[in-house]
Every structure is written in C-alpha cells, then in structure tokens.
Ligand binder design. Sequence first.
Ligand SMILES: *Cc1c(COP(=O)(O)O)cnc(C)c1O
Length: 410
Amino acid sequence: MTSSSLQARALELDAADPLAPLREQFLAPDDFDVVSYLDGNSLGRPLRATAALLDGFVRTQWGGQLIRGWNSPADPWLSWPERLGDRLGSAALGAAPGQVVVADSTTVLLYKLARTAVAARPGRREIVVDTDNFPTDRYIVEGIAAECDLDLVWIETDPAAGITPDQVAAAVTSSTALVLLSHVAYRSGWLADAAAINEIAHAAGALTLWDLSHSVGSVELSLDDWGVDLAVGCTYKYLNGGPGAPAFAYVASALHGAVEGQPIHGWMGHRDSFEMGPGYEPAPGIRALLSGTPPILAMVPLDANLDMLSTATIQAVRRKSLQLTDYVLLLADEWLVPHGVTVVSPRDPARRGGHVTLRREGFAALLEPLWQRGVIPDYRQPDGLRIGPAPLSTSFAEVYRGLDALRSLL
Ligand SMILES: *Cc1c(COP(=O)(O)O)cnc(C)c1O
C-alpha cells in the first residue's frame, strides 16, 4: 500500500471511532512537543478534569475540612480504598463489590498477596512463576522463597509469546501453593488464558495470583467468572492515575478469611483503627489487606478516569485497542519488516493484549532520536520497541505519525 493510502486508512478509522471525542478530554492531546504518544502502557496521559480535581481537593477538601476529611459524612477519606476499589471492580475488573482495595504499590501488594496465598496453603512448598514475568514479580517471589523456605518452579516462556495452560499443567503438583503470572506479558503483549489456567491450578489445590498491570483498562476482565483467587495491578498505565498512583488488589470473597495472613499488620487494617487498643485484630473482609494511611492525594485522579472508562465501557476500549494494534501491525508489515524488523507479539487478536513489540538489533539507539522528534514509545531489553497506543487518548493518525518517524529513522 502507498503511504497516502495508509494515511487515508488512519483518517477513516478516526472518523468511524466512537471513542474519538473523548480525546478532547485529555490535557492538550496535540499540544506540547508530542507528535505521537505510544507509551500508554507505561504512563497514561492526564485528563483535563484531573488538574481541576487535584486543585479542588487541595483547596476545599484538604484546606477546608482538614483532619475532619477522614470521617466527613459525605465521602470519608478512610473509605476511599474500598470505594475506589468497588468502582474499579465494576468498571474494569468484572468484580462484585467488596473484593478490591486501592493501596500501596503493585510491588508491595504482590508481596502481601503472595504471602497470604502461601499462608493459606500450609505444607505446600512450591510457587510456580515464569521466567519472563515482570522483574518486580520475580524478585518478590525470590524474596518470599528465601524468607519462608519455599522452592520456586520456573516455567520457561517464549519471550515472543507467553504462558500457556499446558505449561502450567506440567508445572503444578500437589506441592504447589501458588501460581503467579502476568495476564498480559509486559514484553510480548501475550494475553494468557486466565480461566483455563485457574482451573488447572485449582485442580491441583493451588491458588492463583494474577498481575493485571498491563491488562487493566485495556482488555476485558471477568475476575469473578474466571475464578481468579488474587490479583494486583497498576493504576498509572491504562488507567491514567498519574506517576506513582497507588495500586489495587483483588481478593475473591471466598478467601477473605485468609487475608489476615498478609504480613504487614497495621492500624488501617485493624477492626477499629481508632480504638488504639493492644494487639492486632483484622478488619472483616478485604480491608485487612490495608496497612498504613491511604495515599489520598494520589487517589484523587482515579475518580475522573473511572468516570471516563465507565462511560466509554471497557468493551469499546478493547474493540478500539485491537483496531489500533491491527493498524500498528499493518504499518509494521508495510514499512518496517522489509528493513529487518520482527514483530514479537501475537498476531492472533484473541491472544494479543494492548501493545505490540517490534524488535531489531540497534533499536536502543533509536529511542533518543524518536523522543527528540516527539515520538514516544518505550524500549525493553533486548532490542524491543514497545508500541502501546492507549485507546481512550490515542488516534490512528497519531499511530501513523509515530511509525512514519520510525520508518524514516530506519
Ligand atoms: C508496571 C508493572 C509493575 C510495576 O510495579 P510498581 O510497584 O508500580 O513499580 C509490576 N508488574 C507489572 C507486570 C507491570 O507491568
């Protein structure tokens, strides 16, 4: 196809895109020096409403209510971890109320949930994890294995694809306490079959813990229906929560009795935080997963993002996400593959998450010149450029501009 017909295709797709009007709600989508933002899978863009919400929170809630805000009758800050958790559960996770909290970072929640799982499966000595899982996930379970004298069972994953049910079936045994996996692989974008893997883990008596950092706000999730036991994820990627926004954790209600097995007992997870009594008594339900004071300021943006996601619907987001990555694949095949670039992401839409990774020797050296041109993908070892268009904020024309710049540098 000629460049002009590829460009015409982008304009057609933008014209037919039901989510296109939402781009206006992001802060200056076409201002600044940003020509093409292709890293929605690492840090989402801010909404205009976020700037106003943060300003308003400082002036009226913090400045006006002061300490009373924690218990304000209208919207007590103390309930935000669960209030926002429930909103997230309904807009993005397929989780009934009472099973999600917003707190800490993904890394810290992973630690708490993995320890919870191990405590809930006493006598079982093994944790199953894959070699291509995100570094923090691997480091956390390596630490837990050392701390609790457990063994890690590593599944070797194909870095261009991802974890399959057969691999999990071959790894779990009657000694497996926990299977820890990413739902969408951060490198390849592979979308794992969570329902099938849960069934295999459960048949062996093990629990599952899913890292949803690259899934949430991008692909449809049905945690309750899929029989997920435990899950964590970021809110600063496709959920646009802002740099370092707190994470979320899901604990299926059947496991709520096990949450006191989480190792960081603090006053915010206590049955009555302000009783100030001797000895820890866990709060009922998922609240026991909390440890210290919730990061309220950093949660402020989430309401606006969840408003937008609920209006858009995750089904429409996923539909556009697949169209965006199909378009990335089309441009890559036309322009980049002839120059020695390989696509290291699934072409099958049923197994493709929200981003596409392109590999070519020497790609690391292209990141700086691309950023200078206002084209912003990210780079992951080895030789991988990740193209992560965020469906709510990225246009097809923006994808065209970005890959056109990459082509001219090659
Ligand atoms: C981004 C990401 C994280 C980040 O964890 P933090 O504690 O927020 O730094 C963890 N796991 C996966 C799979 C990620 O993609």
